[in-house]
Design a protein around this ligand. Structure first.
Ligand SMILES: *Cc1c(COP(=O)(O)O)cnc(C)c1O
Length: 410
């Protein structure tokens, strides 16, 4: 099916990746044990999958699912709902839940993910209900040249400004050209903040869950269920986990003050959320292996890749720098042609609203927009970078990457 030369290159790459693959297997095994123990101690059973309707009061499955999340993420409390649209919505709930007029939001990992610009009020029309419209101030501290949190600047900001109520970190590099923060680095910031202020620490954990043996320590940790934690099974939703107080405030913003997480019909979604959590440590491992393999193969083909195949990871994103529009387009077409869904579609660059350059995207997923399923995209501007993530099984991820490599090299 693939040319002999490409297959033998792939074999060499897999040999190169053996050390990282073993490391990933160890993390998946460890995290699976944590998940299994939580399932057992919470006595998960079939009755938890029963749908509720209407108000959704006393939904045992929803409560068990949130207890599972709290136990697995090592937090006091959790809000996990299929009705939260996506990661941006969940982060919005967290920010508006914790911040009040006169407070300051301090981002310590530079500018947050693009979709939050309008939420914070960095962009968009004044008066549309952003944090800034509500009299919440916004400050940010840039990462250092080595993509590390500037601890000294954080300490100074907290000492001089007691209006700082939320210190915000984004774990994954997202679509920026920086390093991804490790759990240990985030924990260092959390300890620092807690040692010298009463501010909440909030972490955008999107793309990070289950890539290491522990999750970051924070007052509020937020992620999407159509990324890592949903295991490719959850159909929609997001999680917010953290301290009793922070999750309670967030839950009041999610529904209504006084109601919080006590209501919310699950409409039959609980089984896929719980089943997805069961799969998540394994599926995240498959996505990590797919990323490592892509780094190795495209590295050998002469492209710049970041991180390299032999580096430890704290998210599932692989950056590949193609150097020409032609190679970037071929890469995305190859990924699309290897996808289980819509393999016959040829992606073309398009002027996506909110972006200065045309963007090309490849996604052939069972769940629309799911990026724990293999997907790739990149803006059509030098140096023609693709951001690739996901892969429900390593075998299908490897297949997709070989399709892309074949198209680029033929
Ligand atoms: C995906 C992502 C988000 C949220 O994006 P949605 O598409 O709204 O789910 C936020 N931050 C980071 C780092 C992400 O990767």
């Amino acid at each position: 099916m693939f040319p002999e030369k490409l297959l033998s290159l792939a074999d060499e790459c897999e040999r190169d990746c053996a050390v990282q693959f073993a490391r990933i297997a160890d993390i998946s095994r460890f995290n699976t044990e944590r998940v299994m123990e939580a399932f057992s101690s919470n006595r998960i059973s079939e009755r938890h999958f029963t749908p509720t309707s209407g108000y959704g009061y006393n939904d045992e499955g929803r409560e068990a699912c949130e207890k599972l999340y709290a136990d697995i993420f090592g937090t006091e409390s959790a809000l996990v709902r299929h009705s939260i649209l996506n990661g941006t919505h969940a982060l919005t709930i967290g920010l508006f839940g914790l911040l009040r007029t006169g407070d300051t939001l301090l981002s310590v990992t530079g500018k947050p993910y693009d979709t939050l610009d309008g939420v914070i009020g960095i962009s968009g029309a004044p008066g549309n209900g952003s944090l800034i419209d509500y009299g919440i101030k916004y400050r940010q501290i840039e990462l250092t040249a080595e993509s590390r949190v500037d601890l000294r600047a954080v300490r100074e900001a907290l000492a001089e400004d007691d209006s700082i109520k939320v210190v915000y970190l984004q774990r994954s590099k997202g679509y920026a050209s920086r390093r991804t923060l490790t759990v240990a680095e985030i924990n260092e910031v959390t300890s620092l903040v807690h040692s010298c202020s009463n501010a909440f620490v909030m972490v955008d954990n999107c793309y990070g869950a289950f890539t290491e043996k522990a999750e970051p320590e924070a007052d509020l940790l937020v992620g999407s269920l159509i990324k890592n934690a949903g295991g490719g099974i959850a159909e929609s939703g997001a999680y917010l986990v953290g301290t009793e107080k922070a999750v309670e405030y967030a839950s009041y913003r999610y529904s209504a003050v006084g109601i919080g997480g006590e209501a919310g019909a699950t409409l039959g979604q609980t089984k896929s959320i719980i089943k997805g959590l069961f799969f998540a440590p394994h599926v995240v491992g498959e996505a990590l292996k797919t990323a490592v393999f892509a780094a190795s193969l495209f590295g050998r083909l002469g492209f710049d890749v970041f991180p390299s195949y032999d580096e430890p990871r704290s998210d599932i994103i692989q950056t590949l720098i193609f150097g020409s529009a032609d190679a970037l387009i071929k890469f995305c077409r190859g990924i699309q042609s290897g996808s289980p869904i819509d393999s016959y579609v040829a992606p073309v660059p398009w002027a996506m609203p909110g972006y200065d350059d045309e963007v090309i995207m490849a996604a052939g997923a069972f769940t629309q927009g799911s990026s724990i399923e293999l997907s790739a995209d990149g803006p059509l501007r030098p140096p023609y970078t693709a951001y690739m993530q996901g892969g429900l099984t390593f075998e299908s991820g490897r297949y997709c990457i070989l399709k892309a490599a074949q198209l680029i090299t033929e």
